[in-house]
Ligand binder design. Structure first.
Ligand code: GLN
Ligand code: ZN
Length: 756
């Protein structure tokens, strides 16, 4: 008889409530602590997590949600998918693992990429015809036992076999990792048997790849795999978790499979709920209803969650309460935010609160609403308070949005703009520029930290930043760049800097979320209608402009990127939120223009990041993304030159959108792919200025002028010289002046070489 799940979360943060794991990892890498010390920190973190989940009354507690770096890498190691070049280093198990994650002096690390549409990054396994799978690492079994010793029966969690291979990259061209699925399934079977012998009642296999479009062949592979795993005689009950979106046809496949449970994300896509009634085969399974949002930070509407769960009651053997996905993507605890506005704090739920919400809902479902009446009432009043709060719905912002007309997002025709801009800027052919930031020196960081901590006053701080701007302008003049920047010394982060100055955003102190390995980010919380109380960047840009006769480019972050790197509100569409942010940026662009800034860049490096997982949802996304950029940038005269900057290596899915942005100049990452993007842009009829990066800023290497000139030649073969700009791939803030200065001299040299 399969045990009940009752209530559970699909996963948990692991970096530590005070980033203990980050500190321990970095100390270990620096050689300051031993492997045993690191393992001890990890063991404590796991124990704390299990015990707190058990104490919160969850019916089923996950294990295996801890990772020293990344759970996809853990899965690769579990099944022996370690590329030879790492195995050959002859390191111990943990150091081999870190070699794959971070590289060594001899080998570069595995590639890293975004985990679906989150801001978490995983290491991409490499699978080739020679890959052999076997159960090589028994951490999953060991941690199950470790938890049991603490008195907690857990449900080991693993990345499922289909998702694992779909996320892998072929070790050689033309190979399809999915061909290895039968072999990999053997190894999973072995693990399931061992977990069973250790006493595990349940195992969770995560298949988020089912939230994206899947081919008939992939669905067949899903069917075969879960039939095989299900037919295994000695194994734990299998819970397959689908999250980050609607599983589509895959739900029918899983419902018909001989497994015991399916976890569904009932937050991301409302159509998933409707699909459940039609899924034959669910009635003998446990359905974990993911009604508590696992990746956003809003307090759950418990009444609504209960209603949803209640409507599902007849459709499955057991309806359990769950988080929509792992809680990996939210911070630990709202109570660790003493400085957060109490009203805003009362609307929030981080991991600790979500665990309680899930527990409360579980009890309500099994014992009746009365036993948790207090919790339900509290949630109800917080939800009501948020719904009527003035700062959430600001009448002036609403009125402005109402009054928008289509022409507010349109500029004069490009020819007119081009003439007016040339008249005003008088730039040489192939103008050179940079992407915005200059190296953030220790002095700059120290000054910012000192100002924040109140150790220096505002005027001292301003003076230090002005000194820095002066240095950056002098350097650019000396190097001979054509369009200058102020260097962004005052910005800690391109999103947080603006979020701190806009109404409608809140910042956290401890709200860290793992981005990759030991790296964490602290996304701002966009809780209410957004507006700009006063100019945000005009002072810096105009100060810089007073120091030079060359045009200084104002530097702003675009609406899509502001949304992508924040927690955003769930009470209106992203399109509506983006429009408000766009208006705030539009005000800033306008004020920059009024202050004599003739070039303004609005960065959208995250344009591709918010791209929906399913193809059919992409056009509406791209429409609002483009619209918000245009709204932000169309409020200026034709003589003001609008730049944008995009940096990712694959542009395919957004290439039409880049055209539609209608920026006068687009600077774009291109050095590593040797200008490939230009051909793609030509194909869709792009006719604006373009600055393909001639220098890869991700590496400390300084390319010489010839190398850059070669790239420029390649660019000129694709784009007429009148449209070509010369610039690095991205901002320079992570580099040192020792690299930046010679590199920029080479950029200018290469531009001059091509001009003559
Ligand atoms: N203007 C920003 C900078 O130069 C752009 C950063 C980015 O593209 N991520 O730092
Ligand atoms: Zn960039």
């Amino acid at each position: 008889m399969t045990s009940k799940i009752g209530s559970t979360v699909l996963g948990h943060p692991r970096i530590g409530p005070n980033r203990e794991l980050k500190r321990a990892l970095e100390s270990y890498w620096a050689g300051r602590i031993s492997e045993a010390d690191l393992r001890e920190v990890a063991r404590e973190l796991r124990a704390d997590t299990w015990l707190s989940l058990a104490r919160a009354g969850l019916g089923s507690v996950p294990s295996g949600t801890f990772s020293y770096y990344d759970h996809v890498l853990d899965t690769a190691v579990t099944f022996g998918a370690v590329p030879r070049r790492y195995a050959e280093l002859g390191l111990g198990a943990l150091d081999t693992y870190f070699a794959m994650a971070r590289g060594t002096s001899e080998v570069p690390p595995l590639e890293m990429t975004k985990w679906f549409d989150t801001n978490y990054h995983y290491l991409v396994p490499e699978i080739g015809p020679d890959s052999r799978f076997s159960l090589s690492d028994r951490t999953a079994v060991e941690q199950f036992r470790e938890a049991r010793k603490l008195g907690v029966e857990t449900r080991p969690v693993l990345v499922g076999p289909l998702t694992f291979l779909l996320l892998s990259k072929p070790a050689e061209d033309g190979f399809d990792p999915l061909d290895k699925l039968p072999e990999l399934t053997d190894a999973y079977e072995q693990l399931l048997r061992e977990l069973h012998r250790a006493g595990a009642q349940w195992v969770q296999l995560d298949e988020p790849a089912l939230a994206a479009d899947r081919t008939p062949r992939e669905l067949d592979a899903l069917r075969d795999t879960y039939r095989r795993l299900g037919d295994l005689a000695e194994r734990p009950a299998i819970l397959t978790a689908c999250y980050f979106g609607d599983p589509g046809e895959a739900l029918g496949v899983l419902a018909a499979a001989p497994i015991e449970g399916i976890a569904l994300d009932l937050v991301t896509d409302p159509s998933t709920q409707d699909r459940i009634a039609g899924a034959a085969g669910l009635s003998d399974k446990a359905l974990v209803a993911g009604v508590v949002d696992g990746r956003n930070i809003w307090r759950a509407d418990l009444d609504r969650c209960l209603t949803t769960a209640a409507t599902l009651l007849g459709s499955a053997r057991e309806v359990a309460i769950g988080s929509s996905c792992s809680l990996l993507h939210v911070p630990y605890d709202v109570d660790a935010e003493p400085d957060l506005d109490p009203q805003v704090a009362s609307w929030l739920s981080f991991a600790a609160q979500k665990v309680r919400e899930v527990g409360t809902l579980g009890r309500a479902l099994s014992e009746g609403r009365d036993v948790v009446a207090t919790e339900l009432a509290e949630a109800r009043s917080a939800i009501a308070d948020r719904a009527r709060a003035e700062r959430v719905r600001h009448h002036r912002v609403r009125a402005r949005i109402e009054a928008l007309r289509p022409e507010d997002s349109r500029r004069a025709d490009y020819r007119t703009r081009q003439e007016a801009q040339q008249e005003s800027l008088r730039l040489p052919p192939l103008p050179s520029t940079t992407i915005g930031s200059f190296p953030q020196t220790t002095d700059v960081r120290k000054a910012r930290a000192a100002f924040r901590a109140g150790r220096i006053d505002q005027s001292t701080y301003r003076q230090r930043m002005r000194d820095e701007v002066e240095r950056v302008i002098a350097l650019q003049e000396d190097v001979g760049l054509d369009v200058l920047v102020h260097g962004e010394p005052e910005r800690n982060d391109m999103v947080q800097y603006f979020a701190e100055q806009l109404e409608g955003f809140a910042a956290t102190e401890n709200g860290w979320v793992q981005s990759y390995g030991s790296r964490c980010v602290r996304p701002p919380i966009l809780f209410g209608d957004v507006w700009r109380p006063e100019p945000m960047t005009v002072e810096w840009a105009s100060y810089a402009q007073r120091l030079t006769d060359k045009p200084v480019k104002g530097m702003l972050t675009g609406p899509v990127t502001m949304l992508a790197w924040s927690f955003v509100r769930d009470d209106q569409t992203q399109a509506d939120t983006a429009r408000q942010v766009a208006l705030a940026i539009r005000d800033e662009v306008h004020d920059l223009e009024a202050a004599g800034i003739r070039v303004v860049q609005v960065d959208e490096p995250a344009l591709r990041e918010l791209l929906p997982l399913r193809a059919e949802q992409r056009p509406p996304y791209l429409e609002w993304a483009v619209e918000s950029f245009r709204l932000a940038t169309s409020g200026v005269s034709e003589a003001t030159q609008i730049h944008t900057h995009l940096c990712y290596s694959e542009f395919g899915d957004v290439i039409d959108a880049i055209v539609a942005l209608d920026a006068d100049v687009t600077s774009i990452e291109a050095a590593r792919s040797r200008m490939e993007v230009l051909a793609d842009l030509n194909e869709v009829g792009f006719q604006r200025g373009v600055g393909p990066g001639v220098y890869d800023i991700h590496s400390p290497r300084v390319p010489d002028a010839h190398e850059m000139a070669d790239l420029l030649e390649a660019a000129r073969a694709a784009v007429p010289a009148e449209r070509l700009w010369v610039n690095p791939d991205c901002g320079l803030k992570t580099r040192d002046y020792a690299q930046v200065e010679p590199a920029l001299r080479n950029v200018v040299k290469a531009a001059r070489q091509l001009r003559s």
